[in-house]
Design a protein around this ligand. Structure first.
Ligand SMILES: Nc1ncnc2c1ncn2[C@@H]1O[C@H](COP(=O)(O)OP(=O)(O)OP(=O)(O)O)[C@@H](O)[C@H]1O
Ligand SMILES: [Mg+2]
Length: 207
């Protein structure tokens, strides 16, 4: 059955979309059956996919990217999990997700990844996000909550990152996603080579 990996944060702009697409393309490149579900109603990944497919008509088919909405995504995921032969469903959730939306999504997810930078504001929101997820984790005991340090300036070591995130009641992934333009100008078809070190670490936690 498919594993559901949800990118969640109570704040916009923490890196959910950037990391969701980089993870999805990396898994796809590895030969996994991947689907990406986006609940941000701007549906930017759907739009990018269409633009990329239009520009290069001889493109091999990529993985499916589907749009959903906060209120219905959990029910849709249950159906996808039961009905479709997938290895991984990656959920890129919207920045403005309701408490109820987050809770329901956590109940159907296997892994929740919370990206965060080290700015004070991001850290406070991440603390709040993890606190809000705790009740869902009690109901869904298999749920893994992982913090992903994102947009970290070069020169900031893992030790410093860990120190900044030590008060969070969740596992901090032992990897850093640096602040890099290569991660912003992503493709929905091709995996970014420079994301591979991050991908290899995340992959261990998805098994
Ligand atoms: N590792 C990174 N390096 C450089 N820029 C990044 C990185 N991660 C995110 N960004 C940039 O930060 C901004 C927000 O990232 P992104 O869109 O992934 O966040 P989000 O959590 O999906 O936001 P929203 O909640 O609005 O959907 C974007 O402009 C993105 O290009
Ligand atoms: Mg986004």
């Amino acid at each position: 059955m498919a594993k559901i990996i949800s990118f969640i944060s109570r704040k916009g702009g923490t890196g959910k979309t950037t990391n969701a697409i980089n993870l999805a393309t990396s898994l796809f490149q590895l030969g996994k059956r991947v689907m990406l579900v986006e609940t941000d109603t701007n549906y930017t990944l759907n739009t990018l996919r269409k633009m990329e497919a239009f520009k290069s008509k001889d493109q091999k088919p990529g993985f499916e990217i589907v749009g959903s909405q906060d209120e219905v995504v959990a029910d849709e995921l249950i159906k996808i999990k039961e009905g479709r032969k997938m290895d991984y469903v990656i959920v890129d959730s919207a920045g403005k997700t309701t408490n109820d939306g987050i809770k329901k999504l956590c109940l159907v997810s296997d892994v929740v990844i919370v990206p965060t930078s080290l700015t004070q504001n991001d850290l406070l929101v991440t603390y709040q996000t993890v606190t809000d997820l705790a009740p869902a984790q009690e109901l869904n005991s298999g749920l893994k909550i992982l913090i992903l340090p994102n947009r970290i300036h070069s020169g900031t070591g893992l030790h410093t990152v860990r120190e900044s995130l030590k008060n969070l009641n969740a596992l901090v992934l032992p990897v850093i996603v640096p602040q890099k333009n290569r991660f912003i100008n992503f493709s929905t078809f091709h995996a970014e080579k420079e994301y591979q070190p991050v991908f290899q670490v995340i992959l261990k936690y998805l098994l």
